[in-house]
Design a protein around this ligand. Sequence first.
Ligand code: GLA
Length: 456
Amino acid sequence: MTNPHHRIQRISDLKRRFSDAFPDDATPARICRAPGRINLLGEHLDYNGLPVLPATIQHDICIAFTRREDHVVRLKNADPQFSETEFLNTEDIPPSPTGSWENYCKAAVQAVNRRFPQTAYRGMNLYVDGNIPTAAGLSSSSAFVVACALAYLAVSEFELDKDISRIDLATLLAEGEHYVGTRGGGMDQAIILLGAENCACKIDFFPLRTEQVPLFEDHVFVAAHSLVKADKTGSALHRYNAGPAACRLLTALIQQAARRAFDDTIEIERLGDLWQGPLCLTHEEAETLFRSALLEEYFSIDDLSRLLNVSPQTIRDRWLGALEIPPKGLPLKRRARHVLTEFQRVERGRDCVLANDAAAFGELMNASHRSCAVDYEVSCAELDELTHVARQAGALGSRMTGAGFGGYTVSLVEKPALPQFLETVYQEYYQPRGITRDQIDKVLWAATPSSGAGYL
Ligand code: GLA
């Protein structure tokens, strides 16, 4: 939010709506804000401890909040699809049924409570107003978690950047969001808290580190909705969790291969450990290790039980949970190929942005989309079609963004070519699907990375 006039108006408007929503609360409300994000390169890497390259967007969630004298957290939302709700702030907050929006607030409050044992379990009134498209892969849920955490820190009299750093809060909330049932990595919370205007951010994990990368001056990233809902609390939750589960199995297989190759006491917690810490392998060495660990394309539970020397039940309990295994087995070799190649694309991508080489960056985006679609299998027909349309319309590169299975794509477009690009994509993708010219701005827009989360 760079325009000061717009900012002041938004604050006074939110305060007025807070008073309308909570007429009995005379305390002056404060306001916090958290942006959504697009990911430019590095999909499904964060939970492996490997780097990603996202950027914030102009869409955000604002919360007007006050402290209550009891321990009740009351939530009201400007969007009527999220009905009014409340919960009691206690040491162990029981989750509401899967899919309930208050779970994200509970996740934030519980995480802050765990971090600050001296907390007073304060209550608060929250009025939420957001414009990040939901169920679209733009991290509206993590933005909500971050905004709730900022409100709760403030009512608890903890100061951001003093009592807790942004890095520590991002780490805390990444873990805290597992409360809702998704085993996500830490990309979303980190970019939301540490993103900056007109920058992408290269994020490394374990420990969390960020590097601001100023974006191309003559190109923009255009975000386009496939119009397929990607609701991470619905059916996509299981599909999403399949990624981390496959990678945990890969980690077990790789640990075994590393013990054979190097030292039989090596512990590998996640795939990213191969490139850092005591092992510190080169890409070539890591590839050799993967080849020696993955002799087949597909792995059944019996194969895994034999290879890891544990019972089939242990494979289920320890790694897979309720995950469905396709009849051919798990395609672990392809999953590994995505992780290895995507990691290298992030490193090259960062260098391309710094060298102002948009054409090479675009190629990496195209390769990343292929890898997400073919090797990691998180795309869908509409995302494939929309990225194809975008390339035909002149984008230097186009790919799905976020967890996948629907939601948004991002495309890299030269600024002078933007109007023609938007028109062609409209005619080829949206018009046939009944989207009118009045509605197009809602689903097709140029991203302008905004500042990270904070108080207004
Ligand atoms: C979701 C998760 C992130 C990340 C992406 C895929 O957005 O919340 O942690 O895993 O999917 O890159």
